[in-house]
Design a protein around this ligand. Structure first.
Ligand SMILES: [Zn+2]
Length: 124
């Protein structure tokens, strides 16, 4: 087996049944049980779960992260009115009158009003 130190991938990443293993991990199936089914050791399943999947989650998070230079923020008020928040002067995206597919919409809703609290009369 090739030396994989420093590599992004482990035996499970390269496994032909990786998708099946990922699903089992997503469903929080015990490692012991996945190990028995897949033939991979519990240690390598555990390592893959912590290291590889963690790295993947970070990469996905970065990808999905809001970029203020290309995405704008809108406020949707309870009456349905949409207003774009201020845009940085070095904004590189396209500005239109409608939110784009990558824009973020903050929806404002109000809770039902709370009945005023009646304080007991204080004795003098
Ligand atoms: Zn892996």
């Amino acid at each position: 087996m090739a030396n994989t130190s420093g590599s992004q991938f482990c035996g499970i990443c390269e496994s032909p049944i990786r998708a099946e293993i990922e699903t089992a991990l997503d469903q929080k199936e015990p490692l012991r049980s996945i190990a028995a089914r897949s033939g991979h050791s519990r240690a390598s399943l555990s390592r893959h779960n912590r290291k590889c999947r963690g790295r993947q989650a970070i990469a996905e998070y970065k990808e999905g992260k809001f970029n203020p230079l290309t995405q704008s923020v809108w406020t949707e008020w309870p009456d349905g009115h949409l207003a774009r928040q201020s845009v940085p002067s070095n904004f590189q995206g396209t500005l239109s009158n409608e939110p784009g597919p990558d824009d973020v919409i903050v929806k404002v809703t109000f809770e039902n009003p709370v009945a005023p609290r009646v304080l007991p009369e204080t004795k003098k």
